[in-house]
Design a protein around this ligand. Structure first.
Ligand code: C2E
Ligand code: CA
Ligand code: CA
Length: 276
């Protein structure tokens, strides 16, 4: 009993400490926050087509804290909206350089459902794109499936407005929520990202490989593109090659990396294309 209480107290003080550090960082122009980018490749040709921006935080002592840990804290404490604006601006600033080299390059940015619920959201996205002079057609906004489905009544209109601006909407972590298939029927979205949990057993499970094939077929029928997340090995990729995925992302093609590493990759690919 005593140990249990101590554990809770420790957890609480850890959370308070984390909250303090995050607040402090935000008040100093997001000091310690930065973005890594994970490559996304064409499912057939393996060519680099875009990246997903993933936020990182490193405290003053040099400890890296995972977004899985700090994002829920920021959501709970009302800090996520401001962080989301910072992430979007930073990501499209970096991507501005990449689209000059490769005009059809995509940048995907994650949005928390709490961000999208903010009344200012659409206006702010529009304003940031305008201020940074970034074309909406190169931007994809990712929302996790559970939040996208639960809040569909509120979000439908917002998706519509974003899509009218030329932004594409992706449903993240597909397959982990409840009404996945029902949702697809009328979903105002452009891309579905199948969660890694369906890929993990694809080499042994007929169900999981059939699931991916099935989702690709349904989505393509209604003009939704499909991306598989979390591809880690050549064996997994070989298996997926037959499934006509539009896009693939995972450690096998590149872990999240710095913006400089992405720029080098884009330049290298463009040179190879030029030499062909
Ligand atoms: P997510 O959007 O599903 O992002 C993919 C996560 O899977 C990333 O973890 C990535 O590093 C990891 N991953 C990529 N390829 C592989 C693979 O082949 N194998 C395995 N095992 N993992 C892989 P990360 O960077 O820790 O991000 C975790 C989550 O934090 C993200 O999941 C996303 O929900 C959230 N997140 C990250 N950046 C942001 C952001 O800017 N805003 C918001 N709202 N959420 C974010
Ligand atoms: Ca994502
Ligand atoms: Ca995901």
């Amino acid at each position: 009993m005593v140990i249990f209480t101590e554990e809770i107290l420790n957890q609480k003080s850890h959370m308070l400490e984390l909250l303090k550090v995050l607040r402090d960082a935000m008040n100093h122009e997001f000091r310690g926050f930065y973005l890594d980018y994970q490559p996304q490749v064409n499912g057939r040709t393996k060519a680099l087509t875009g990246v997903e921006a993933l936020v990182r935080f490193c405290d003053e002592k040099g400890n890296r804290i995972s977004p899985v840990e700090f994002i829920p804290v920021m959501e709970k404490e009302g800090m996520i909206y401001e962080m989301g604006r910072w992430v979007l601006r930073q990501a499209i600033r970096d991507a501005g350089e990449w689209i000059r080299i490769k005009p059809d390059f995509d940048i995907s940015v994650n949005a928390s459902a709490l961000e999208m619920m903010n009344d200012q959201y659409i206006e702010d996205v529009e304003k940031i794109l305008e201020e940074e002079k970034f074309p909406a057609k190169n931007l994809v906004i990712e929302l996790t499936e559970s939040s996208a489905v639960q809040r569909m009544d509120i979000f439908r209109n917002k998706y519509k407005k974003l899509r009218e601006m030329g932004i594409r909407i992706a449903m993240d972590d597909f397959g982990t929520g409840y009404s996945s298939l029902e949702f697809l029927k009328n979903a105002p979205i452009d891309l579905v990202k199948i969660d890694r949990s369906f890929l993990k057993d694809i080499l042994y499970s007929r169900f999981d490989s059939a699931f991916i094939t099935f989702i690709v077929e349904i989505c393509h029928d209604v003009n939704i593109k499909v991306c598989q997340e979390g591809v880690e090995t050549l064996e997994e990729y070989e298996m997926l090659k037959k499934m006509e995925l539009d896009c693939i992302q995972g450690y096998y093609f590149g872990k999240p990396m710095s913006k400089n590493a992405i720029r080098n990759k884009i330049s290298a690919e463009c040179q190879t294309e030029g030499n062909d």
